[in-house]
Design a protein around this ligand. Structure first.
Ligand SMILES: Cc1cc2nc3c(=O)[nH]c(=O)nc-3n(C[C@H](O)[C@H](O)[C@H](O)COP(=O)(O)O)c2cc1C
Ligand code: SF4
Ligand code: FES
Length: 572
């Protein structure tokens, strides 16, 4: 409720005036410090009056590769004389439009594929206090091989399940299929559901994680647009198996279109008796609602997500206990990714044998991947699991833009680190990517051509984590800042050999400490981008640090040098 109240205030005033927060505190009998601690946590809320044009330039991987720095610099130049109460230009983390980079948000409205001219026109309108309307995302409905229903009647698996009540059969099938979570961690889904099923507690919840805020990750957006019925059916099945009566779709606030599509599907299901009391005339109830995230990458971490739904700061909980035991409102909770839920009815409708053979090279099932960066056709593609990365990049995404050569790719956003072009035959598969020293993660393939500076890309990725660290634990909060400072210094050259050796030793120690002692996966993965760049592109890093040369000509150009320091946020 607190977020609805805060959103309503912000809608009325454009920010959260102190007097309004005090009134809210009295009205809801909530201490003011608690309201303030929540309001100040989420980037979406403003505690001071915003400028007439608040420009937020996405500074993350895919946008960075598509001219975000130049766009920001150009806008700064064009509005150099503007009053601060008229124009503010800031960075923002990934806006979920990685396939349409660069993206900006102006007064919270997102515009993709943006040019300096278009941005200037929008900003001038905002200064005149015209209302801006975000670009509609054109996620044209497409037929997906993952849909077992095609044009026919949907929800067949749930109908059959309610008739047979074969709960054990569902778990056995998912176990035999070896379905693993597709949100990043790859945890076996049947084990998670079984754990929740076994809890004696009568109240349980099913949560679908559609927060996807990691740079490059856009596949859940696509699935929600095209296969909302499979996501709902997967959640319904989880409810029936575990006896949970309530499901929640947790969706990032930058996806209003998907919220609308999902809401429409909920209404259709309710009308058809698939949701609500006594579904399909059975003794089972299941309600579904949508929770719009107040923002921030950390909200995708399952326990932080729970904290956000409960109206707190999205700070991850210490584990154990896991959400399957003590989750939302302290009750056992299944949390799965959008794609994981969508896989469940597929497997149950088509059978394990189909699932086993749907992939290639021994991999199972189909996979949605987002491809962005320097490719001809950025977008979301549905491919058999096990497909070689070469095929994804060069066939589905049309190869490297401008006829250039592939230099590197991140198989899954910043958390996977970067692999060199020589490894492009690696298969899209949990095991193959782990053996390559990377990860399947959320299938966010970010492609870099041969003009890219890999040290710059490592810095961009580590800076994302620094910006998004919730700050709850010291190793991540301090370690990520320390790492950004070190890498920023490296991009500026002029470091002595002795200092470089000391930096590398410190980096190693810091990485270990962060991996071992951070509370959640964010702090543990911060070192991955620079570790992989040091492993595969060491000569390039050495050239910067020891010889003051950026082989790609990015880090030492006069125009890039000074803004770079401010951009990475070197603090004295
Ligand atoms: C910082 C952080 C962000 C995460 N963001 C997401 C996300 O946006 N979507 C998601 O499904 N999982 C995300 N995860 C993983 C979730 O914590 C959790 O493992 C996942 O939702 C479980 O679903 P699955 O088993 O179906 O993959 C994130 C984890 C961390 C540490
Ligand atoms: S590791 Fe980072 S993001 Fe995770 S709880 Fe600690 S400070 Fe927060
Ligand atoms: S929208 Fe910019 S990286 Fe995703």
């Amino acid at each position: 409720m607190i977020f609805d109240e805060l959103r309503a205030i912000q809608l009325r005033y454009g920010y959260l005036p102190k007097a309004e927060l005090q009134a809210l505190s009295q009205r809801t009998q909530t201490p003011l410090y608690q309201i303030h601690s929540v309001a100040s946590f989420y980037p979406h809320f403003h505690l001071t009056p915003p400028a007439k044009a608040e420009i937020h330039v996405c500074a993350d991987m895919s946008c960075h590769l598509n001219g975000a720095c130049e766009l920001r610099a150009e806008l700064r130049r064009r509005f150099a004389g503007a009053r601060p109460e008229d124009v503010q230009i800031k960075d923002v983390s990934c806006l979920g439009r990685c396939d349409q980079a660069p993206a900006v948000a102006i007064n919270d409205q997102i515009f993709a594929n943006i040019t300096p001219d278009r941005a200037e026109e929008l900003v001038r309108r905002a200064i005149r206090e015209d209302e801006l309307r975000a670009d509609q995302l054109h996620e044209g409905r497409v037929t997906c091989a993952s849909d077992p229903y095609g044009e026919g009647e949907k929800y067949g698996v749930v109908r059959r399940l309610i008739a047979t009540k074969d709960w054990d059969g569902v778990l056995a099938t998912l176990k035999e299929a070896e379905l693993r979570g597709l949100g990043g961690a790859g945890f076996p889904t049947s084990m998670k559901w079984d754990l929740v099923r076994k809890q004696a507690e009568p109240v349980k919840y099913i949560v679908c994680n559609a927060d996807e805020s990691e740079p490059g990750t856009i596949k859940d957006r696509f699935i929600l647009s095209n296969l909302p019925h499979l996501v709902i059916e997967g959640m319904l099945i989880a409810g029936l198996i575990t006896r949970a009566k309530k499901g929640i779709l947790y969706i990032r606030h930058e996806y209003p279109l998907q919220e609308e599509i999902f809401g429409e599907e909920i209404r259709r299901c309710t009308k058809a008796g698939l949701l609500g009391k006594k579904i399909l005339g059975s003794e089972f109830d299941f309600d579904l609602e949508i929770f719009v995230s107040p923002g921030g990458y950390i909200c995708g971490e399952e326990s932080a997500l729970i904290e956000a739904i409960e109206g707190h700061r999205a700070e991850p909980r210490n584990k154990p206990p896991f959400p399957g035991q003590v989750g939302l409102w302290q009750k056992p909770t299944v949390i799965n990714n959008v794609e994981t839920f969508a896989n469940v009815p597929q497997i149950l409708a088509r059978g394990v044998e189909w699932y086993k053979t749907a992939g290639v090279g021994g991999s199972r099932g189909l996979k949605f991947v987002g491809v962005s960066g320097h490719v001809v056709r950025p977008g979301v593609f549905e491919v058999p699991m096990g497909t070689p990365m070469r095929e994804v990049i060069f066939q589905h995404a049309g190869g490297i833009r401008g006829g250039r050569a592939l230099k590197a790719f991140a198989p899954s956003g910043p958390s996977s680190g970067y692999l060199p072009a020589s490894m492009v035959d690696v298969r899209l598969d949990f095991k193959a990517l782990a053996e390559a020293g990377s990860m399947l993660g959320s299938g966010a393939i970010v492609v870099c051509d041969d003009t890219t500076c890999m040290l710059d890309m490592a810095l961009t990725a580590v800076r994302f984590y620094r910006n998004e660290s919730c700050g709850k634990c010291v190793p991540c909060r301090m370690g990520s800042q320390k790492m950004v400072e070190m890498l920023a210094r490296w991009t500026q050259g002029g470091v002595s050999g002795a200092q470089y050796r000391a930096d590398l030793a410190l980096l190693e120690e810091l990485s270990q400490a962060m991996s071992l002692t951070s509370i959640c996966g964010l702090g543990q993965i911060v070192p991955a981008p620079i570790q992989t760049v040091l492993k595969h592109f060491r000569a390039e890093v050495d050239a910067h640090v020891l010889h003051g040369q950026c082989p790609s000509g990015i880090c030492f150009s006069e125009s890039a040098r000074m803004p770079e320091l401010a951009r990475v946020g070197i603090r004295p």
